[in-house]
Ligand binder design. Structure first.
Ligand code: PGA
Length: 265
């Protein structure tokens, strides 16, 4: 839908999921800091998304050592404060200098019953508190097999975008994460990723207009590694990657960042 010449700045995000206590997280962030070279970080935005209990520690490492890495979170509450036992609000995350918040990851949707309505409310909470949502969408294998991929993606994207101020859409990140590719070692092919990301951009254009659709960044996620990153990022509508398993290994994650930087040349 867009030509490579007008591509957006790539965002490489590491979702640590429920891994690393705060001591391990400090170690992981330092390890990453030692390995990321200016040539890698120059053309690429990088974020890491530790568990809530690690955020303050990782923030200290990033800020204390001046690392070219943005702090991210994996989830947030719908409300900013109140009687919601066990929840962590977007307002609290913003105070820790969190810049990106993953919203609507398929694990949240499938294991914790997050509906499109809850996901939409979380998108609003993230934007209201001045951060950037990484809004995850993706079809299951069953939906794919019966030809429902486009419908599913359109419905998820429309639900989310319908809830947020139109002017904010251009600043958001959408992550296309086919559920069948997450943690399976079976990534989508670049062709499939491009087709889905181009479709998502078309849905954004239909919902809020061509300009924001041309600016919104769309990541691919699902079994990303250092070998498949460059071909994925050479696709016209793929503007980054959301990485799970491979982000737990600093060397592997930096390999992905480097491949993303190479794809910009
Ligand atoms: P994976 O996870 O890289 O381990 O497949 C991706 C994700 O869940 O975002």
């Amino acid at each position: 839908m867009t030509d490579a010449g007008s591509k957006r700045r790539p965002l490489v995000s590491g979702n640590w999921k429920m891994n690393f206590d705060h001591l391990q997280a400090i170690h992981a962030a330092r390890d990453l800091g030692l390995r990321v070279q200016p040539a890698d970080a120059g053309p690429v935005d990088i974020s890491v998304h530790p568990p809530f209990t690690d955020l303050r520690s990782v923030q200290s490492v990033i800020e204390g050592e001046g690392l070219p890495i943005a702090l991210g979170a994996q989830n947030c509450a719908v409300e900013d404060s109140g009687a919601f036992t066990g929840e962590v609000s977007a307002a609290m995350l913003a105070k820790l200098h969190v810049e990106y918040v993953i919203v609507g990851h398929s694990e949240r949707r499938q294991l914790f019953g997050e509906s499109d309505e809850v996901v939409a409310a979380k998108l609003k909470a993230v934007l209201r508190n001045g951060m950037t949502p990484i809004f995850c969408v993706g079809e299951t294998v069953d939906e794919r097999e019966v030809g429902l991929t486009r419908d599913r993606l359109a419905s998820q994207v429309e639900h989310g975008l319908g809830a947020v101020p139109q002017g904010a859409v251009a600043t958001m990140v959408i992550a296309y994460e086919p559920v069948w590719a997450i943690g399976t070692g079976q990534p989508a092919t670049p062709e499939d990723a491009q087709e889905a990301c181009s479709w998502i951009r078309e849905v954004v254009a239909r919902s809020v207009g061509a300009d924001p659709a041309g600016q919104v960044r769309i990541q691919y996620g699902g079994s990303v590694n250092a070998d498949n990153t460059e071909p994925l990022l050479r696709c016209a509508d793929v503007d980054g990657v959301l990485v799970g398993g491979a982000s737990l290994d600093a060397a592997a994650f930096v390999g992905i960042v480097r491949a993303a930087a190479i794809a910009t040349r």
